[in-house]
Design a protein. Structure first.
Length: 578
């Protein structure tokens, strides 16, 4: 779980040079009181404003879809220079960004055909320009679709493009997307989903040489031309990236003139930079729970800022349901699995592991989700109750003999827990093991070395419980609980359903939740899928990994994000100093 040349061929790429206006040295931000006088007010209005953001890793590729590294910080770099068609606000509401409006069945721009295919009509904002001044046009999207579906080009994912039959330009700013099947998010194409590429710059090299196109320095240098709110002005690899506001951004020039993403991997260094005033905010998981708690405690005393948090991952313990892999046969009994949830003090564990940032979780749905209350009323919940756990174990044939829980065969009940080599995980594992020991179980704790994290076959062989985390991307994340995602030799052990939980009723509800076009129908199916999951105890819910974002006093804009909206810089064009 642990949470991160241009080739030698004779093909040249003509890069359009971007004229960047140098900002004279000035204070990082400016403000004035009413008593300062008109002269000071005038100065404040003309002094460039700046924001420094700490980020835990460097960028690798500035194009959203062509970045195949899967880095946790990728999205924050992409939103600086790129504009997807749609974004989601902190409440999950879709907002058009590059798109002039969101396709809708009500206005006829989203048509569902009787054969299950669909057509969505998109309009690009009329004042959308690339950083070199060329307009963003429909043919840029048609070209991008061709690139993304080209097997010769490595992309991060071919979703949702693989569901698209073709893209056709209707005019300079309007295009149709023809879908092969029903896709409920067809009108919510976000970061890395059918984003345009500047055909007028890279089209020729793509047609001439796919390898040269893929490896061009255009994607990894200040030569990059995007359509986002900022232009990359300077990139000191491994140190920082400096961005300057794009005058022709379609929503107006951003109020922050210069944004620096400073690369700081060490969390102690991030904390010291935030507390000293060198850094104004952070993104993603640049700060963990403990580091965030340190900043929060200091700022509560000094009043220098506030700390916001967003649940982004669901911490849970996978259960080995495959009898060929499980060393404890009792895991096949639902009563034993229910006892495992009753038997741990998940609230106290969450308090320790997340430094008080997260409550215990009953499901993947976090408290800030509008569906939370409905889900809580519908699912099976297991408050800490050792007596109830012991009763369920006895009912299943696992009685206590003194301080030891016994199996039906008269042997001590043994259980092994695995987790990745991350401090939070190891702390959680030890606390869970202590609670199970109190139930009389013989516990074995195993830490998986970082070097073996990518060994899929090895990871699938955990014999009892496995501490992990799942991205809160609902309902998409639930696919990792389907039978198809069980790692097996025939799929080369790919798939995150390492415990191989399989439940046909769950899968029926999941398919509806993932494909129905009606919002209420999808939500109802989601609730029922989670009911089945919790009643059968397919996995053990623990807590949420929180994204901790400190925001210096006076800085407006950085805020909690919707978990399914990647990137804390999704609204960087709105940031300002108050």
């Amino acid at each position: 779980m642990g949470r991160d040349r241009l080739p030698s061929r004779a093909v040249s790429l003509a890069i359009v040079c971007i004229a960047l206006t140098a900002c004279a040295p000035s204070p990082a931000r400016s403000g004035t009181s009413a008593a300062s006088g008109s002269a000071a007010s005038t100065a404040a209005a003309t002094t460039p404003s700046r924001v420094t953001v700490a980020i835990g890793g460097d960028a690798t590729n500035l194009a959203s879809k062509l970045d195949v590294t899967g880095g946790v910080f990728n999205s924050d770099f992409k939103f600086m220079t790129n504009s997807p068609l749609v974004v989601q606000d902190p409440k999950g509401n879709a907002r058009p960004l590059l798109a002039a409006e969101i396709p809708s069945r009500d206005n006829g721009t989203w048509v569902v055909n009787t054969d299950g295919t669909m057509v969505t009509t998109w309009k690009i904002r009329p004042n959308a320009f690339w950083h070199d001044g060329a307009p963003v046009v429909s043919s840029d999207v048609v070209f991008a679709f061709k690139v993304y579906m080209d097997d010769a080009i490595a992309v991060s994912t071919r979703d949702p493009e693989r569901l698209v039959d073709r893209v056709e330009a209707l005019d300079e700013k309007t295009f149709n997307v023809y879908w092969k099947q029903v896709y409920p998010n067809a009108n919510r194409l976000g970061l890395g989903q059918l984003e345009p590429l500047p055909e007028h710059i890279v089209g020729t090299i793509y047609e001439a040489d796919r390898e040269a196109f893929q490896n061009a320095s255009f994607w990894t240098s200040t030569s990059f031309v995007g359509d986002g709110p900022y232009r990359l002005a300077d990139w000191d690899k491994g140190v920082q990236l400096v961005y300057r506001a794009f005058d022709q951004f379609f929503l107006g020039k951003p109020q922050i003139d210069e944004v620096t993403l400073r690369i700081i991997a060490d969390m102690n260094t991030v904390v010291s930079n935030v507390l000293s005033g060198t850094v104004d905010t952070t993104v993603a998981v640049t700060l963990n729970h403990q580091a965030g708690a340190t900043v929060k405690q200091q700022w509560e005393k000094s009043g220098e800022g506030q700390v916001a948090s967003t649940p982004t991952y669901w911490r849970n313990m996978q259960i080995q349901h495959d009898p060929n892999r499980a060393k404890q046969p009792g895991l096949q009994d639902r009563r034993v699995r229910q006892a495992l949830v009753y038997g741990i003090d998940r609230a106290s564990i969450a308090e320790v592991v997340t430094a008080g940032a997260s409550p215990a979780a009953d499901s993947i749905i976090p408290p800030n989700d509008p569906r939370f209350d409905t889900v809580q009323r519908s699912i099976a919940r297991y408050p800490f109750d050792r007596n109830r756990a012991a009763a369920l174990l006895a009912e299943a044939g696992y009685p206590r003999s003194g301080d030891t829980l016994m199996t039906p065969g008269g042997q001590p009940f043994g259980l092994e827990i695995w987790t990745s080599q991350v401090s939070d995980n190891e702390t959680e594992m030890s606390l869970v093991a202590a609670d199970y020991t109190a139930l009389g179980m013989q516990m074995v704790q195993s830490v998986i070395p970082i070097a073996r994290n990518a060994d899929r076959e090895f990871r699938a062989e955990f014999p009892g419980l496995n501490i992990t985390a799942t991205s809160i991307d609902i309902p998409n994340a639930l696919i990792d609980l389907t039978d198809d995602r069980c790692p097996r030799p025939e799929n080369r052990f790919a798939g995150s359903n390492r415990g191989c939980w399989s439940n046909p009723e769950f899968e029926t509800f999941f398919r509806v939740a993932n494909t129905a076009l009606d919002d209420r129908e999808r939500d109802d199916a989601l609730v029922q899928a989670l009911r089945v999951l919790t009643e059968d105890v397919g996995t053990i819910p623990m807590s949420y990994n929180m994204e901790i974002i400190p925001v210096r006093k006076g800085l407006v804009g950085p805020a909690p994000r919707w978990p399914q909206q990647p990137g804390n810089t999704w609204n960087v064009f709105e940031w300002r100093w108050s």
